[in-house]
Design a binder for this molecule. Structure first.
Ligand code: NDP
Length: 320
């Protein structure tokens, strides 16, 4: 494959990447979206919403919409204005000089597959998972990584959250608005969360902390009905009947391609200039969950994708 040049290349195709594509395409920049690898759970085309079922908090869909269908809409809208998609994996980038260079699939090729004047990074983040059998099948069917998205489906039901950090406690407290009981499954005999969050959780009657407990398996065929657990001190095993399980053991931004070229925060997320999607390298912009360790919502990712396209467009204009 000889090297092809694009004015704008977007890496990643979740809400941030595809919104950047809609805006860049409507600005006549004919962006190429390198979507990721279909077989991968970390770089999959469409991003994290491909792992959810009903999305009820994305504005504009009063009856809700399935996550994969929403991402199809994003993609069709971008393509309608001239964006093109490549469903492959980026193997290497070189942002050391203009034009920026991008290799697909194999990082040993002497010449890059693509060059771009502006690159928008929208590679997202992934929730850390337990890695137990049937995990992928059960996501969206009783197993979730987002209380804000899915808590509503568990009204008056008994559910659990795995984790003992601020995320887990925040999720557990949010879930008590809906659920009749929230068990917090903690693998040690103490929480990692901040003291103030701990006090709030201890004071919440609906939260029951189950100490020294790890989840060893998911129960249920096609839909989660409970979990098997093991006590880390006694080795005692048990089964808990649950209609929902939320995993909140941390997130990992997809930044491995950029670690030696762009500045990362201590927690691994990309650094952008304040109130901007610009990185420290001219012509390289970043948006969505790869920079956002706080809001992590489809709508906020989409908003920052729009900002990245506008920042890229104005930067390209400034070159003329
Ligand atoms: P953390 O890394 O802080 O906590 C992860 C938790 O998950 C820990 O309790 C850890 O246990 C547990 N864990 C990890 N792996 C497993 C596993 N395989 N099985 C069971 N439990 C596991 O991640 P968070 O996402 O909670 O927080 C990330 C950062 O974001 C933190 O700095 C946090 O303070 C911040 N944050 C702040 C919020 C706020 O201020 N409102 C809200 C949410 C996050 P162990 O302790 O044993 O390692």
């Amino acid at each position: 494959m000889s090297t092809a040049h694009h004015e704008v290349i977007i890496i990643g195709s979740g809400p941030a990447g595809l919104t950047a594509a809609i805006y860049a395409a409507r600005a006549q920049l004919a962006p190429l979206v390198i979507e990721g690898e279909p077989s991968s759970t970390s770089d999959q085309p469409g991003g994290q919403l491909m792992l959810t079922t009903d999305v009820e908090n994305y504005p504009g869909f009063p009856e809700g919409i399935m996550g994969p269908e929403l991402m199809d809409h994003f993609r069709s809208q971008a393509q309608r204005f001239g964006a093109t998609s490549l469903v492959r994996k980026v193997a290497k980038v070189d942002f050391s000089a203009q034009p920026h260079r991008i290799w697909i699939d194999d990082d040993n090729k002497p010449e890059p597959d693509f060059t771009a004047t502006a690159v928008i990074i929208a590679t997202g983040a992934q929730s850390l998972m337990l890695g137990l059998p049937n995990e992928a099948e059960l996501i969206g069917h009783g197993l979730s990584t987002c209380a804000t998205c899915d808590g509503f489906f568990f009204r008056d039901q008994e559910i659990a959250v795995v984790g003992g950090g601020d995320s887990a406690l925040e999720e557990a407290m949010f879930l008590t608005r809906f659920a009749s009981k929230v068990k917090l499954l903690v693998r040690r005999d103490e929480l990692r969360a901040s003291k103030i969050m701990q006090e709030r959780a201890f004071a919440n009657d609906k939260i029951e902390i189950v100490w020294n407990t790890v989840v060893t398996g998911y129960l249920g065929d096609g839909k989660l009905t409970g979990v098997s657990t093991s006590n880390t001190i006694t080795g005692e095993t048990a089964e808990l009947a649950l209609s929902g399980l939320f995993i909140a053991i941390g997130h990992k931004p997809s930044t491995s391609l950029f670690t030696d070229q762009l500045e990362l925060k201590p927690n691994g997320y990309l650094v952008t200039e304040p109130d901007s999607t610009r990185t420290a390298i001219a012509g390289v912009f970043a948006c969505g969950d790869v920079v956002d360790d706080y809001y992590r919502q489809a709508i906020t990712a989409a908003g920052s994708g729009c900002q990245a396209a506008i920042d890229a467009e104005r930067w390209l204009e400034s070159l003329d």
